[in-house]
Design a protein around this ligand. Structure first.
Ligand code: SAM
Length: 379
C-alpha cells in the first residue's frame, strides 16, 4: 500500500520492545525479506520494503512508509511498538539505571514512553524480576489511563509499573514515603502538538466534513482529498492549526490567541517541571514536548533553571557531553537565541523538525541533573 502526503516523506518507525524481543530476532522474523537501506531517503524512496537500523536510538528501526504492520504477530504480541523516533528520545535520554531507583512517568498515556522506560530498565538489568525498580505512571485523564493500562500489559511491563489511574501528578506529594526512592522522572506534559506529522491524523483529520454534494457516491480517497483541501484552506488563511493530545485539531484564529494558548501551556509545563524538582531523591529529569514553539521549550527550560527550587536543590541542564551517546551525537540542538545566548543550555536541548530530512516529527527534549540528591540549599 503506497503512503501519501506528508506520510510518504517519513518512514514508519518501529521500536523493538526489549522486554519481549530483540533487534536480532525481529530482523530474522518480522523484517525478514526487507532490504537494508543506507539512509532515511532510501527507506522512503526506494522500491520495495526497506529497513534501516537507527544509528542514534538502540532497538529502533525505520521501515518503508505504508508497510502495514498492524497484522504482524510481533505487533499484536507487543514485541514491536510503532513509535516515532523523536518520541523515543526522552526515555533514552533519561537512561534509568538501577542506581537511580524508582522512576516516575508523570504524564503517561498512552504509554509509549512508559513502556520504553521499562524496556530500558530491562536492557540494563536482565534480572530485574528479582530486584524490581518501580515505574510510577500517572495519568490524569481516566479514559486515556485505560489505554495506558492496556499498552503496559501488552508490552509485558505490568509487573514493574504502578499505574495511577486518573491521578493528577501535581496533586502528588513529593515528600511521600512511597516516592522516597524516586531518582528519575520523565515529564512529557500536554503541549500544542505543533510538531506532530500530519500522517498520523491525516485519515482522521477531525476537521468538520466538507458539505456532501453527492452523498453515497464518494470513495474513501475522494473523501480524504476533500478533507485535505479543507486542511489546506485553513493553513492558507491567517489561522493556525494546533493539536491537542488526542490529535484533534484546534484552530487558533489569530496570533494573539496562539500567544495566549502557548502562554497558558507554558505555565502548566513549568509547574510540572518545578514539581518534579521537589522529589527528594531525584537526580535526573527529562522534559519533552512535541511542539516546535520555543515558548513551550527553551523558554520553559530557562525559567526552570532560574527558579528558586532549581537553585536551592542544585538542578542544572544535562550538558550535551554528558548525554547518552546517541543523543550526544544527534545534530539538531536548541536555539541559542531562545536560551538568551547560553550556548551550554542550547546545546543541552535536543530538537527535531518534521521537514529537516531526518524523517521524524517536530520534538523537543532537555535533561536536568543534580549531583547530590536530598540537597537543601547547600549542595
Ligand atoms: N507520554 C505519553 C506517551 O509517550 O505515550 C504522551 C503524553 S501526552 C503528551 C500528555 C498526557 O498528560 C495526556 O494524556 C494528559 O491527559 C496527561 N496529563 C496532563 N496533565 C496531567 C497531570 N497534571 N497529571 C497527570 N497527567 C496529566
Amino acid at each position: 500500500k503506497a503512503a501519501a502526503g506528508e506520510e510518504a516523506a517519513h518512514p514508519r518507525w518501529v521500536r523493538i520492545n526489549a522486554i519481549k524481543s530483540t533487534l536480532e530476532e525481529q530482523l530474522e522474523t518480522t523484517f525478514r525479506g526487507y532490504a537494508r537501506a543506507g539512509t532515511i531517503q532510501d527507506v522512503v524512496a526506494k522500491e520495495g520494503k526497506h529497513i534501516l537500523i537507527d544509528p542514534h536510538v538502540p532497538n529502533l528501526v525505520a521501515v518503508t512508509p505504508g508497510c502495514d504492520l498492524s497484522k504482524a504477530e510481533a505487533y499484536n504480541s507487543g514485541k514491536i511498538i510503532l513509535q516515532d523516533k523523536a518520541s523515543c528520545f526522552p526515555a533514552y535520554l533519561l537512561d534509568p539505571r538501577s542506581e537511580d531507583g524508582d522512576v516516575i512517568d508523570a504524564c503517561a498515556a498512552p504509554g509509549n514512553k512508559t513502556t520504553h522506560l521499562a524496556g530500558i530498565i530491562r536492557s540494563h538489568e536482565p534480572e530485574f524480576e528479582s530486584q524490581p525498580q518501580t515505574i510510577f505512571a500517572f495519568e490524569k485523564d481516566s479514559r486515556r489511563a485505560k489505554t495506558l493500562e492496556k499498552m503496559v500489559k501488552i508490552a509485558g511491563s505490568s509487573k514493574m509499573t504502578r499505574i495511577a489511574l486518573g491521578q493528577d501528578f501535581l496533586q502528588v506529594d513529593p515528600e511521600s514515603e512511597r516516592f522516597r526512592n524516586v531518582g528519575a522522572l520523565l515529564l512529557d506534559p500536554s503541549c500544542s502538538g505543533s510538531g506532530i506529522v500530519g500522517r498520523d491524523s491525516m485519515p482522521e483529520l477531525h476537521l468538520p466534513d466538507p458539505p456532501r454534494q453527492n452523498p453515497g457516491h464518494k470513495s474513501k480517497s475522494e473523501s480524504t482529498n476533500k478533507r485535505k483541501r479543507k486542511y489546506d484552506q485553513v493553513r492558507d488563511s491567517n489561522q493556525t492549526v494546533i493539536r491537542d493530545d488526542d490529535g484533534n485539531e484546534i484552530v487558533v484564529e489569530s496570533e494573539k490567541d496562539l500567544a495566549a494558548r502557548l502562554n497558558a501551556l507554558a505555565g502548566f509545563q513549568l509547574t510540572i517541571l518545578l514539581h518534579a524538582f521537589r522529589f527528594p531523591s531525584a537526580r535526573k529529569v527529562t522534559y519533552s514536548t512535541c511542539s516546535i514553539h520555543s515558548e513551550e521549550n527553551e523558554d520553559v527550560v530557562m525559567a526552570a533553571l532560574k527558579s528558586d527550587v532549581a537553585k536551592e536543590r542544585g538542578w542544572r541542564i544535562l550538558r550535551r557531553n554528558d548525554q547518552v551517546t546517541g543523543m550526544k551525537d544527534w545534530p539538531v540542538r536548541g536555539s541559542t537565541e531562545a536560551c538568551n545566548g547560553d550556548e551550554e543550555v542550547a546545546q543541552g536541548c535536543i530538537r527535531s523538525y518534521k521537514d529537516d530530512g531526518h524523517g521524524i516529527m517536530g520534538f523537543f527534549v532537555a535533561g536536568f541533573v543534580r549531583d547530590h540528591a536530598n540537597a537543601n540549599g547547600d549542595g
